[in-house]
Design a protein around this ligand. Structure first.
Ligand code: GDP
Ligand code: MN
Length: 390
């Protein structure tokens, strides 16, 4: 899960990391008021779940409260397109109004869970303000790393090593490890998957200051983080993903094609994707209904297919182990009773109670396209999507 920059900065501040003074504004008048209160030059920053705002015009400097109001008016209510968003962009409905800082250098500092070592990994670089992927590509020697063993915690010598790596002055080398430890504590305490400060500024008067902040949370730990759940801004998320979550479909993956896929199990989902591609088509999504034996999941998956206008045909590929094919068949029948399904549906069923499942579908009289095996299912779904009239 993502959160906005202003929320991320509030968390950094909780862990003792210096951030600029500022507040979020929902209207141009509010932005003006905040700028007046701060009583200095301000930056107006579009709050969206995407980076690359600077280059996309989402960050503006304002010398006076009037200029702040105008900058906010230019941003609020628009959609911002950055290289991290799709061409449709993301809606801007609030801006962060912040004291502008005189910046001498822009550094990079982050912490994430490293998937190879399964340890928290802190990374620092003097090449901040640009994307770290780019630094890794062109000047990898400028990235310094420290793996942190949770049983020991963040150690001051690691902080000094990273601080020297960023070419900090002696005073800053003394300051930096405290800030880094704060970042580590934030990651551990709040179940973050990533906490990134880019840029971490060195101000003209020699202070370290988090000018930008990005914090992501581990979705699997959200159940025990009510405080974090409350920060979610569904307006920033893909409406279909929000819908899937509401309907209890835990594994929804959006793709670019036009075939809706209902499967049980992530491995099967990937195999289905490959076969659809092999047959010359492409999937619109994957709905992994898992092994829970309720008809609701199946009905809700059909709701998802209907809600997604790109879906021209559906492939249901079930290999019942723990999942019972007869329950899934009942779900299909219920879906057809509840809604008007105007796209072709290809069904391949195998595994536990398959005979009973096939009997239920046959007796229902629903016009389904039957597939005799996995390949046949993918092939027929691709053909059905090509010929679909929807
Ligand atoms: P991003 O483009 O979405 O990553 O947004 P950032 O918050 O990182 O801002 C982009 C750039 O704007 C930064 O790299 C800075 O160069 C600049 N910037 C942001 N805030 C300030 C500020 O207070 N003072 C100065 N001088 N530059 C700033
Ligand atoms: Mn940034």
């Amino acid at each position: 899960m993502k959160v906005h920059e202003y929320q991320a900065k509030a968390l950094l501040a909780q862990f003792g990391i210096p951030v600029p003074r500022g507040k979020v504004a929902y209207t141009p008048a509010e932005a003006r008021g905040i700028a007046a209160e701060l009583g200095c030059k301000v930056v107006i920053k579009a709050q969206v779940y995407a980076g690359g705002r600077g280059k996309a015009g989402g960050i503006k400097l304002a010398n006076t409260p009037e200029e702040a109001e105008k900058a906010a008016r230019d941003l609020i209510g628009t959609r911002l397109v950055t290289h991290q968003t799709g061409p449709e962009g993301v809606p801007v409905s609030k801006v962060l109004v912040e004291e502008a800082s005189d910046v001498e250098r822009e550094l990079y500092l982050s912490i994430l869970i490293d998937s190879t070592t399964k340890l928290p990994l802190m990374m620092a670089s003097e090449a901040g303000g640009v994307e770290i992927e780019q630094v890794a590509e062109t000047t990898p020697e400028k990235i310094f790393k420290a793996y942190i063993y949770p049983g020991i915690g963040f150690e001051p010598f690691q902080g000094r090593k990273l601080a020297y790596g960023m070419n900090l002055s002696v005073n800053q080398v003394r300051e930096a490890p405290k800030l880094m430890e704060g970042l580590y504590e934030l990651l551990m305490t709040k179940d973050c998957s990533l906490a990134e400060i880019n840029p971490l500024a060195v101000t003209v008067d020699g202070r370290l200051l988090a000018l930008d902040a990005k914090v992501n949370f581990d979705d699997n730990a959200l159940f025990r983080r009510k405080d974090i759940q409350e920060l979610r801004d569904v307006e920033q998320e893909d409406p279909l993903e929000v819908q899937a979550r509401e309907w209890g479909i835990s594994n929804y993956v959006r793709m670019d094609g036009n075939i809706g896929c209902m499967v049980n199990g992530a491995g099967l989902a990937m195999a289905v994707n490959d076969l659809i591609q092999y047959c010359g088509g492409s999937a619109a999504n994957f709905l992994d209904i898992g092994t829970l034996n309720t008809t609701d999941r199946v009905v809700n998956s059909f709701k998802m297919f209907k809600a997604d206008s790109r879906v021209k045909a559906v492939l249901i590929n079930i290999f019942g182990g723990m999942a019972r094919v007869d329950v899934i068949a009942k779900g299909i029948v219920e879906a057809y009773q509840q809604m008007d399904i105007d796209f072709p549906v290809v069904v391949r069923l195998a595994g536990t109670n398959v005979d009973e499942g096939n009997r239920i579908l046959a007796e229902s009289g629903i016009d389904l396209i039957e597939a005799k095996d996995f390949y046949d299912g993918a092939y027929k779904a691709v053909e059905a999507a090509k010929g679909a009239t929807k």
